[in-house]
Design a protein around this ligand. Structure first.
Ligand SMILES: CC(C)(COP(=O)(O)OP(=O)(O)OC[C@H]1O[C@@H](n2cnc3c(N)ncnc32)[C@H](O)[C@@H]1OP(=O)(O)O)[C@@H](O)C(=O)NCCC(=O)NCCS
Length: 186
């Protein structure tokens, strides 16, 4: 597998760059929001310090080849509005998974649909991945639309795919995937 270096990505409106510890208050804004985290795997953050710890662990991870996490910044204002990441989930299969979230006030402006194709392209080009997956709760249709718009294809629905105690148990998901040799979005 290739070594991941610090990497910045520019899209029309966004800059995706490595997180800095000073991004903690911005992250706390979305990571503490129960609406944003409703379908996500982590428990809402309770303090800025918690967000800072997450960022520190990502900064320490940065030299490893298995994952990359970007802060999503609006270029025009410099505002940090969310995160997107890729994690290698099976090195031997060159298989990864993407995840993303945005501050609620920034939903519905096309930002994640703009960012995700670049994240996928980066993962194929610099992480040596062949297959990238993403799954969303069936109740979280907006995320499925973002995956479709980024060129991912729905493969199946998975029953009781992940556990979320605040949603009273196991969630059914839709599983999407995309492949390095057929990816044509960008
Ligand atoms: C999911 C999320 C990343 C979407 O980001 P976004 O920047 O608002 O998405 P975009 O504006 O790029 O696109 C959203 C698309 O979903 C559509 N959409 C929005 N709400 C929808 C709904 N309830 N049902 C179906 N489609 C919906 C929009 O119309 C748009 O599609 P279109 O461009 O064809 O009209 C954002 O809502 C978020 O951060 N949610 C919380 C975290 C999360 O759920 N992450 C994903 C976990 S799998």
């Amino acid at each position: 597998m290739k070594t991941i270096k610090k990497h910045e990505i520019q899209t029309d409106r966004l800059l995706l760059r490595p997180f800095k510890r000073s991004d903690a208050p911005a992250m706390f804004g979305w990571a503490s929001d129960h609406e944003v985290t409703r379908y996500l795997r982590f428990v809402p953050h309770k303090s800025v310090e918690e967000s800072e710890k997450v960022i520190s662990s990502w900064i320490e991870d940065e030299t490893l080849p298995h994952s990359v996490n970007w802060a999503i910044v609006v270029r025009e204002t410099g505002t940090v509005i969310g995160s997107a990441g890729v994690m290698t989930i099976s090195p031997v299969d060159h298989k990864g998974e993407v995840g993303y979230c945005l501050s609620r006030s920034k939903w519905g402006k096309g930002y994640m649909s703009e960012a995700l194709p670049y994240v996928l392209r980066h993962a194929f080009t610099y992480m040596g991945l062949h297959r990238i997956e993403a799954a969303h709760s069936l109740a979280n249709a907006a995320s499925g639309r973002v995956m479709e718009k980024a060129g991912m294809h729905k493969e199946c629905s998975c029953l009781r795919h992940y556990y979320k105690s605040s949603l009273n148990g196991y969630q059914d998901s839709a599983l999407y995937a995309v492949f390095s040799d057929t990816y044509e979005k960008l």
